[in-house]
Design a protein around this ligand. Structure first.
Ligand code: GAR
Length: 418
């Protein structure tokens, strides 16, 4: 998990957007560890405190020439990997940027390269925009370099200008419709770029896992992975079978319990997609074929009989309108139901712990974890495969649906096909 410090000077609504994103899972690959305010009376400080975030005040007025040195000193307490300027009304010097090992990003309330640079900050930007007569404005998130508002652009969003706009009204619309949306996403994307290991860290052995959800632009997606410790578990590969997925063995002479190792992880019935970690895929399929439900089917099943772990059975059902996930474990049967939300998926997996040979693996607990789903299937599947780690990963399947019902997929196997 990357550490994020947020630098503020005022109301802190962009800080609030980051805090909200942290709470609702849009920002899950980094954590705000510190807020530094250049003004002692900034309301942003209160927002941070309310959320239990450490605050430092480095007053621009009081610090004078020591301003940047004092900020560097404050940053030294946490050594963040990312610094976000969120309504921070000062230009940082080349010297500061060079001394800072963190990536620094800024949110600016216009479409850079228009209405930016020295003198363009806060309301002044919107005053200039209105005066110019342009019909469209927006916001930009960019990397901070030695040129004010001049670094690489990470994200932009446009906002319409309306006839009766005042600078204040326009500022609010730009914040609501652009800034608060693009800033959290850009921070999440940057975190992922810097640190790819974001999906299931710090759990070293999640076992088997299902992800269902929707990409940023609204494409339905799913992923299923298996990890294994025993040699029979490791000697498996995924194979496509029409639109279904099947598991095959790569060595024929193994002693194994086939019912727990060989099954269809993915089957489709009437356009609904069933994904599970066992032969409950077929139970769900059969029930639904006869007009039954996902829940009814799973109520006839329980966790796996693999003493001492009693591995949970995890399952998911994707329909047009939403998706369900379920886990059957010793503690009971649990069902979760979600609507699709852009950029959001949920991950449910079998175990919750580091690998401890010879010991019982604790079952997954809590709710399926919210994760960010990028638009690019390659970056998603490569990151997930990386994160599963070389020791135990066995196979991964990722499918992104297009709007016309077609799909693209990615399949990874550790073992060579026999
Ligand atoms: C925001 O519109 C932000 O983009 C802008 O100041 C406002 C502060 O809002 N920043 C700049 O102009 C930086 N050049 P906030 O304190 O409520 O986040």
């Amino acid at each position: 998990m990357l550490k994020i410090s947020v630098l503020v000077s005022g109301g802190g609504t962009n800080l609030q957007a980051l805090i909200d994103a942290q709470n609702n899972g849009v920002l899950s690959s980094g954590r705000i560890v510190q807020v530094i305010s250049s003004r002692p009376d900034a309301y942003a400080i209160e927002r941070a405190e309310k959320n239990g975030i450490h605050t430092d005040i480095v007053s621009f007025k009081a610090a004078g020439n020591d301003f940047e040195a004092r900020i560097l000193e404050a940053l030294g307490k946490f050594k963040p990997e990312i610094i976000v300027l969120a309504g921070f009304m000062h230009i940082l010097s080349k010297n500061f940027i060079e001394k800072c090992s963190a990536k620094i990003i800024n949110i600016h309330p216009s479409l850079i390269p228009s209405f930016c640079g020295k003198g363009f900050y806060g309301l002044k930007v919107h005053e200039a925009v209105l005066k110019s007569g342009v019909k469209i404005t927006g916001a930009t998130v960019h990397i901070v370099n030695e040129i004010p508002d001049g670094g690489e652009i990470l994200a932009q969003k446009t906002v319409e200008i309306l006839p009766d706009d005042t600078p204040e009204i326009l500022q609010r619309r730009v914040m609501e419709n652009a800034e608060w949306i693009i800033l959290p996403r850009a921070v999440e994307n940057l975190c992922r770029k810097i640190d790819k290991r974001v999906f299931i860290k710090p759990i070293k052995y999640p076992g088997r896992g299902i992800i269902t959800g929707m990409t940023e632009k609204g494409r339905k997606m799913l992923a299923y992975f298996i990890m294994g410790r025993s040699s029979s578990s490791k000697a498996r590969i995924f194979e496509r079978s029409g639109d279904d997925l099947i598991i095959k063995l790569t060595q024929n002479d193994k002693n194994f319990d086939p019912s727990l190792i060989l099954y269809s992880p993915l089957r489709i019935i009437d356009g609904n997609i069933i994904i599970t970690n066992g032969d409950q895929t077929d139970t769900i399929y059969d029930f639904m074929k006869n007009g039954g439900t996902f829940e009814d089917a799973l109520r006839t099943r329980e966790y796996e009989p693999d003493e001492p772990h009693f591995t949970p059975r995890i399952s998911a059902l994707m329909t047009n309108s939403g998706y369900k996930q379920s886990i059957l474990k010793k503690a009971g049967r649990y069902f979760f139901e979600y609507e699709y939300e852009k950029g959001k998926g949920r991950l449910i997996h079998t175990y919750n712990h580091d690998v401890m040979p010879g010991k019982t693996l604790p079952s997954f607990s809590g709710e399926p974890r919210e994760i960010f789903i990028p638009e690019d299937i390659n970056s998603f599947s490569n990151s997930l495969w990386d994160e599963l780690g070389e020791n135990y990963r066995v196979a991964l399947y990722v499918r992104y649906y297009d709007f016309d019902g077609s799909y693209k997929d990615r399949l990874f196997n550790t073992q060579e096909v026999l």
